[in-house]
Design a protein around this ligand. Structure first.
Ligand code: PFF
Length: 468
């Protein structure tokens, strides 16, 4: 089943799989979807991005807004996306168009599907660079080791890596090739195993790191930073960052969840699965925060240090704790795999769309997309060294793509998906798909999608633009 196979393929027979376009294949079990969607959600967003943007945006109040966004916007929207994907049975643009047609309205809604596919692709272009840092740190932890290094040495090691474009490009290229190879080959069992075995291991390691953080003497300071809201530190911009991150961390409005939803069998409860993923994903991010901030305070580091935060704080801990080298190596291996399972989900929508449109093999689609992706990733890799001073509206290439996707494309895409799922799709269809009947849960979902999510997103936007 060469070309048309899918990473998610074939619960049914191989012949059946061969006859169907890739997006009509199905997860073999309910667990496959849960694992793959969890693998998509948990990644650098939880462990790398959440702590550093929490640090940059002042802590507790930001975390509170982020949690509210997950609960009232993220989880209901995840349900909507899975529903659209499963009902549409195609890549996001065509799924949106098919549902629009079913609802008797214009297929122009396709544009929203496209925006998601493009957002996923753009995110991946910088995501692979950061994933490259994680992969590179496996060997740093093993060879150079963090033992006996001062926080200043460890900071210098990180800066040394950033300033070397060849090293960054080497690792990000490796990540791109690996991701596309896996997606092109269609290794479903590999993906399931990776999530099934390695995710719990990652969780255990993060808990070990929280345990270490408890011994620093600064644990309560870290807890206070994360959970004691100081609203004077909250700006309209940071509210938008929290909203954008809720989308990013749950892989929303970027094609991934909608595409994975299109492989989902009818029997699975969309509501339960979405709630589960939302809870696990949030727990991992909060634990990462609990591991990192005590180390920040114990070593008088700067919480707002930016994207390098975990690459400096955690190595300090690995250098000091018993068995630190081993824990460090394992940690960066797990982090790399968590990043890989997310990266796979970001490129899958583009691959699905390309196979669907041009009827080419997955491998060919991956090769073409891989080249485009690599070219874009060069821009992000060089943003940390050669192009550090090349700025567009005050932002480097990396910052621009991050800002464009997390602060514009995802929230706007989310707004459109909420309106589409609650106002355009008929209640009959959403009731049927969500499997909640016409009960209280369904009505809460509908009310949230109809009013709370759109109004919330619009207010956050207008506020960030300085209009309200
Ligand atoms: N949710 C992933 C993370 O937190 O690392 C990032 C991500 C995956 C974003 C897939 C978008 C996407 F489509």
């Amino acid at each position: 089943m060469s070309g048309s196979s899918s990473i998610l393929s074939a619960g049914s027979s191989l012949e059946a799989a061969e006859k169907q376009p890739s997006t009509q294949l199905q997860w073999s079990t309910r667990l496959s979807f849960i694992l793959a969607a969890t693998g998509s959600a948990i990644g650098l967003g939880n462990i790398w991005k959440f702590p550093y943007i929490t640090g940059e945006n002042g802590g507790g109040a930001f975390v509170l807004v982020y949690l509210a966004c997950i609960l009232v916007i993220g989880i209901p929207l995840m349900m909507a996306e899975v529903m659209i994907g499963r009902r549409g049975q195609q890549s996001p643009p065509n799924a949106m168009a098919a549902l629009a047609k079913e609802a008797g309205t214009t297929p122009i809604w396709k544009v929203i599907g496209w925006m998601g596919v493009i957002a996923g692709f753009l995110i991946l272009s910088f995501y692979t660079v950061i994933a490259g840092w994680a992969v590179s740190y496996i060997s740093v932890a093993a060879d150079t080791t963090f033992v006996g290094k001062t926080p200043a040495d460890i900071g210098a090691m990180f800066e040394g890596m950033l300033s070397d474009p060849v090293r960054l490009l080497f690792w990000s290229t490796l990540v791109i090739v690996t991701t596309l190879f896996i997606v092109g080959k269609g290794v479903k069992s590999g993906l399931e195993k990776a999530v099934n075995i390695l995710m719990p291991c990652l969780l255990v390691l993060i808990i070990v790191m929280v345990g270490y953080a408890m011994t620093t003497g600064y644990f309560m300071q870290g807890v206070g930073f994360l959970f004691n809201p100081d609203f004077s530190k909250l700006t309209s911009k940071s509210i938008l960052v929290a909203l954008g991150h809720a989308f990013f961390t749950l892989s929303l409005a970027s094609g991934a969840i909608m595409t994975y939803g299109s492989y989902l069998p009818k029997s699975v409860s969309i509501a339960k699965t979405s709630i589960y993923i939302g809870i696990v994903d949030t727990a991992v991010a909060l634990l990462a925060g609990l591991a990192i901030f005590p180390i920040v305070f114990a070593n008088t580091l700067e919480p707002g240090a930016g994207p390098g935060l975990i690459f400096v704080t955690l190595p300090i801990a690995f250098g000091q704790m018993p068995l630190g080298t081993l824990v460090g190596i394992l940690f960066f291996i797990m982090l790399s795999i968590a990043a890989l399972t997310s990266a796979i989900s970001m490129i899958e929508p583009s691959v699905a769309r390309m196979v669907e449109k041009f009827n080419i093999s997955r491998f060919k689609a991956c090769s073409i997309l891989g080249l485009a992706l690599w070219l874009l990733s060069v821009g992000s890799a060089l943003s940390f060294n050669l192009w550090k001073e090349e700025k567009l509206f005050g932002r480097t290439f990396f910052d621009t793509i991050d800002h464009l996707t997390a602060n514009w494309m995802m929230p706007l895409g989310g707004l459109a998906i909420a309106i589409f799922s609650a106002w355009i799709i008929s209640k009959k269809v959403s009731q049927e798909e969500l499997g909640l009947g016409n009960g209280t849960m369904y009505n809460i979902w509908l009310f949230t999608m109809r009013f709370i999510t759109p109004v919330g997103i619009i207010i956050v936007f207008l506020n960030a633009l300085g209009i309200v």
